[in-house]
Design a protein around this ligand. Structure first.
Ligand code: SF4
Length: 350
């Protein structure tokens, strides 16, 4: 199977209509071909600057436009961030993600941010930041400090986007992703399911992600956490099977990406999370809080991983580090190592 960048909404809708078991089987086959089975990467996410964001994302309790229980906090001191990173490492995380509720970082923030990146990297953790929109120079500066990943979600389809955010355009988001890529960093980009979008909008989101020139190395698929005070507080729930299908579709469309179960995991029981792992999710956020909303505790996650025989420790080459250009080599090796039809017949008959 080739890694494609020319998906259409109609094709994705066809995948959505497949019988559930067939879709999961296909996704699991892709997963086992391109990813390490029984491995889930864990990241910790820390809010380094909370609330008072000027943007109007209708799902977000950190927007200054909505009245929620989120207490605003200024940018954290570097020492506090490094302390949290050390705790995350001790708890088993391999990547430390730092999120700031900004439209974009200001020049005065950059020295603090680069110090955080260097400190966290110095602990042997991978680094990720989400800080809003970036200019090309800011992307270069963060990359120069050693930032591995930059998170910037597309959120939804281009068609539905205007219903959710009016203070930045879809193109602004694509531009930031392109600056991040040009600076040599890896991209973490996904979206949110359950904001009142249609099935075709869900397909449109995945088409946008999968048709980027290079797939995001990490694709967070969030299930909306409805927060009181936000305009989406009373939107309809997502059908769990629809959500699991979307995980499978993300796996099939972006076989080399880490597909991350992100926000909303607190509302998923163990069985639903297991089906998501079966469908190809292989990354989670770890820790009892996701920015400002609840998340399962590390203990609960470890208990589930134990029950499922899932490994969350670093491996020599994580799947999301495999470059698309490595694929051909892997396919050639597999074909060379594959037994002939005669061998298969022999094995089956003894
Ligand atoms: S999602 Fe980010 S940009 Fe949008 S309001 Fe929340 S913190 Fe601001």
């Amino acid at each position: 199977m080739e890694v494609r960048h020319n998906w259409t909404v109609a094709e994705v809708q066809q995948l959505m209509e497949k019988p559930f078991m067939d879709l999961l089987f296909e996704a699991q086959c892709v997963h086992r071909q391109y990813q390490q089975s029984n491995y889930v990467q864990v990241s910790t996410l820390l809010s380094i600057k909370t609330g008072a964001c000027p943007e109007d994302c209708k799902y977000c309790p950190q927007s200054a436009r909505y009245t929620t229980d989120v207490e605003k906090e200024r940018l954290m001191e570097v020492d506090r961030v490094l302390d949290a990173a050390q705790k995350a490492k001790n708890a088993g995380s391999t990547r430390f993600c730092m999120g700031a509720a900004w439209k974009n970082p200001k020049a005065r923030d950059m020295p603090h941010l680069t110090e955080m990146i260097k400190g966290v990297k110095g602990m042997g953790l991978e680094t990720c930041m989400t800080l809003g929109m970036l200019t090309p120079d800011q992307a270069d500066e963060l990359a120069g400090a050693g930032l591995d990943y930059y998170n910037h979600n597309l959120d939804t389809s281009p068609e539905f986007y205007g219903n959710i955010i009016t203070t930045r355009t879809y193109q602004d988001r694509l531009d930031t992703l392109s600056h991040v890529r040009d600076a040599g960093m890896k991209i973490c980009s996904g979206g949110i399911i359950g904001m009142g979008e249609s099935a075709s909008d869900r397909a449109g989101l995945f088409v946008e992600l999968a048709n980027l020139p290079t797939h995001p190395e990490s694709v967070p698929v969030n299930m909306l956490v409805k927060v009181k005070g936000t305009p989406l507080e009373a939107v309809d729930d997502v059908d769990p099977f629809d959500f699991i299908r979307l995980i499978a579709i993300a796996r099939i469309m972006m076989p080399l990406s880490a597909v991350r179960l992100s926000a909303g995991r607190e509302d998923m029981n163990e069985q639903m999370q297991t089906l998501c792992f079966m469908a190809g999710a292989n990354s989670v956020f770890y820790g009892c809080k996701l920015l400002t909303t609840p998340n399962p505790s590390e203990d609960k996650d470890m208990q589930l991983f134990d029950k499922l025989g899932i490994n969350s420790q670093q491996v020599s080459q994580r799947p999301d580090e495999i470059e698309e250009n490595d694929l051909l080599d892997r396919v050639v090796e597999r074909v060379a190592a594959r037994p002939s039809q005669d061998d298969l017949f022999y094995e089956a008959s003894v």
